[in-house]
Design a protein around this ligand. Structure first.
Ligand code: MN
Length: 707
């Protein structure tokens, strides 16, 4: 059992005697306050705060954090008032204790809205003093270590909350020691069987690997020594949860993951890191594209290191990390390393970045419309991946993984995002949906008066872009819905030979009253959004206008509605059948999503065609000038450079090649899927004719979901 004396002994390695006395005083105070309280495990309560302080001492945290750790449950669980703590230990320690107590209250299990509100509180507490979250993380870590005493359902809940909230926060702050242990403990609590199996497999693999590990490590050490470079070389093992996650996410087998050998080289200074890298690349062949320089460009959580993958004897892949002692401390303890390498003059990079993140969190909170939006944004932010892009002037912009030029544009300024129409990536024109990679230079092309496209929501990844586009569309959609509603109702009314503009105002007012709407625009908007049927409204209007008995049944079939492709966010084309101009089409008005256009022979539509209040016949406007996506499937024999030839044929026919994929059936037959943008059926026929000219092509079909 840990004791205060053992802790005091350990603290003497980095604290002054007076500071250690303070920590001990806090311990004795807490011991007295918790007198007679026991943990679920049966241990005296004081064991827990002592263990939390122990964890923090391993990260060489400052005396105030350690004191707060000792006292962290005192306000909460004992009769000691806050004032008493202020008198005994001062404001700072008391504030820390208070902050941790508040965090302890936060339960993330509750419904979305409450959870989001709590998240905001946590962000505020962190922003005030980052040590609050560090004490809280240590608290959670000890609770996870002693989770076995809990009943099963509580165990699972705590594990899930830890995995979703606390482990990502530890990661965001770069404290990988705590993150890794939390993840493995959670994994064990959630999936005890799987955890045990992987543990066993790792143990077995360790035996098989040890010979090769030693061999590689020896030759690396030897080479560095020959070159006169002082270095520590060590083997690395992946932790259980990361193995499990890789198996699940990347669908890799256990053996595939264990086939990679990891090493870390610690050197004296950054300069030696690069020299060591040179020697390693000279010793083993590097795998192209795998070198990452996180020393020049640290990760968002302050992590710095060189990464490379090389090929060893027998073709095994060796992953190597090279860094200095200080970077190593940063990699394990993240923002907490700040107390280890205290430098009053300039704050460490990690600390600066963590501060920036928290600052950003607060701004996000002010911008977010509601707590759910906020929590969505924070969750995005908690899983940082690193893409570093350059503006044309050479400024570095940090973006999440898979960001697109639209995300980039919004990160510059929301006006730039709202008016962007195109972009150049590394000086080449590129689609706005292009996924960006580190090192690319991105130039955004804007046009005055341009506006965001709803389809952007399908590919943007940053919360800033998403919320800006949504905000814009919300306003925009209102106007568009009204005008679509007007046209739909006009079409439905023409079946009664009525014209919306000639309907008497009191008939409309009557209708507004009948439906309990505020004004007629609301009704039109609802029609546009698909929540009200234009036919039903038209029927009511017809009854007023034509008299009750002149009826519903005398409908002519002239009310056909034509679409121009400019209906914007309230109309969309069904993905199942991808209609293009020239196809026979019907519209299906779907609640909240507006009008969805299908081909009339689409399988999905057959059962719905009798729902006359929701389906309406449509025709294409003659002046439509947009591109529509279709997918062609080509059965082709093998041929050298075939894909390139097909792509060339598509563009010869002015088709817009959006995506190409090849599925090899056997040595002589492949099926090529081409997604192309065309203007209509005639254009599509031109493209297909061109493609048929290639001798390797046996058969072409258009992929459609028809009966
Ligand atoms: Mn606690």
């Amino acid at each position: 059992m840990p004791t205060i004396d053992a802790l005091a002994e350990r603290l003497s390695s980095y604290l002054e005697p007076e500071q250690i006395n303070q920590v001990c005083r806090a311990y004795h105070y807490a011991e007295q306050a918790h007198e007679g309280q026991y943990r679920r495990s049966g241990d005296p309560y004081i064991i827990h705060p002592l263990a939390v302080a122990n964890i923090l001492s391993q990260m060489h945290m400052d005396p105030q954090s350690l004191m707060a750790a000792m006292l962290h449950d005192v306000i909460e669980d004992t009769a000691v008032p806050k004032d008493a703590l202020v008198q005994q230990f001062g404001d700072t320690v008391t504030e820390l204790v208070d902050g941790v107590s508040k965090l302890t209250h936060i339960k993330f299990e509750s419904q979305e809205e409450k959870q989001a509100g709590n998240f905001q509180k946590m962000a505020m507490a962190m922003a005030r003093d980052i040590r609050v979250i560090l004490v809280k993380l240590a608290d959670r870590l000890h609770n996870m270590r002693t989770l076995d005493a809990m009943p099963p359902d509580k165990k699972r809940r705590i594990a899930r909350e830890t995995l979703e909230i606390y482990a990502p926060i530890a990661n965001r702050l770069g404290i990988s020691n705590i993150r890794i242990e939390l993840e493995d403990l959670c994994f064990n609590a959630k999936h005890p069987m799987r955890s045990k199996m992987i543990q066993k497999a790792v143990k077995a693999a360790r035996g098989n690997r040890s010979e090769l590990v030693d061999k590689i490590s020896d030759s690396v050490k030897k080479r560095l020594k020959e070159e006169g470079l002082k270095a520590r070389v060590m083997g690395r093992e992946k932790h259980l949860y990361s193995i499990y996650r890789k198996m699940k996410e990347q669908k890799k087998s256990f053996n595939q993951i264990m086939d990679v050998y990891g090493f870390r080289i610690i050197v004296d200074n950054a300069d030696s890191s690069y020299r060591a890298l040179g020697f390693i690349h000279n010793l083993y062949k590097p795998v192209p594209g795998r070198f990452k320089d996180y020393i020049a460009i640290p990760k968002a959580n302050g992590y710095q290191s060189l990464h490379t993958t090389v090929v060893g004897v027998g073709g095994v892949h060796i992953e190597i990390q090279i860094r200095t002692e200080e970077m190593e401390a940063m990699a394990h303890n993240g923002i907490a390393a700040h107390w280890l390498y205290k430098d009053e003059e300039d704050e460490s990079i990690g600390n600066q970045r963590a501060r920036k993140w928290i600052q950003g969190l607060l701004e996000l909170q002010q911008r977010a419309g509601n707590p759910q939006e906020f929590i969505e944004s924070v969750k995005l932010d908690l899983f940082p991946d690193d893409t570093y892009l350059f503006t044309p002037k050479g400024r570095i912009v940090e973006m999440p993984k898979e960001s697109t030029p639209v995300d980039f544009a919004y990160s510059v300024h929301s006006d730039v995002g709202n008016t962007c129409v195109g972009c150049r990536v590394d000086q080449q024109l590129a689609p706005l949906s292009t996924k960006l990679y580190s090192g690319q230079t991105v130039e955004i092309i804007t046009a005055p008066g341009a506006s965001p496209n709803p389809s952007w929501l399908n590919f943007v990844v940053t919360s800033k872009a998403r919320s800006n586009i949504r905000h814009y569309l919300k306003n925009q959609k209102h106007d568009q819905s009204i005008s679509l509603g007007k046209r739909l109702l006009g079409g439905a009314l023409s079946m009664f030979q009525l014209d919306l503009n000639e309907i008497e105002i009191n008939h409309l007012e009557h209708l507004v009253k009948e439906f309990g709407a505020i004004d007629f625009d609301i009704i039109l908007e609802e029609i546009g959004l698909g929540t009200r049927s234009p036919q039903a409204i038209a029927r009511r209007i017809a009854m007023f206008a034509l008299g009750e008995d002149n009826g519903v049944s005398s409908v002519t079939s002239e009310g056909v509605f034509s679409i121009s492709g400019k209906e914007g966010g309230v109309m969309s084309y069904a993905k199942c059948c991808s209609p293009i101009p020239g196809d026979d089409i019907v519209g299906f008005s779907s609640a909240g999503r507006g009008l969805i256009v299908h081909t009339s022979n689409c399988k999905n539509m057959q059962d719905m065609l009798d729902q006359t209040d929701k389906c309406l016949p449509l025709i294409w406007d003659d002046n439509i000038r947009e591109d529509f996506s279709v997918t062609l499937r080509l059965w082709v024999g093998s041929g050298r450079g075939l894909v390139a030839q097909l792509a060339a044929l598509v563009s010869e026919a002015d088709g817009n090649l959006e995506q190409i994929s090849v599925d090899d059936k056997d040595a002589t037959l492949s099926v090529v899927s081409l997604r192309i943008g065309v203007q209509g059926r005639k254009h599509l026929a031109d493209v297909m004719r061109k493609l048929k000219k290639n001798k390797a092509v046996n058969k072409i079909t258009r992929q459609k979901n028809a009966v």
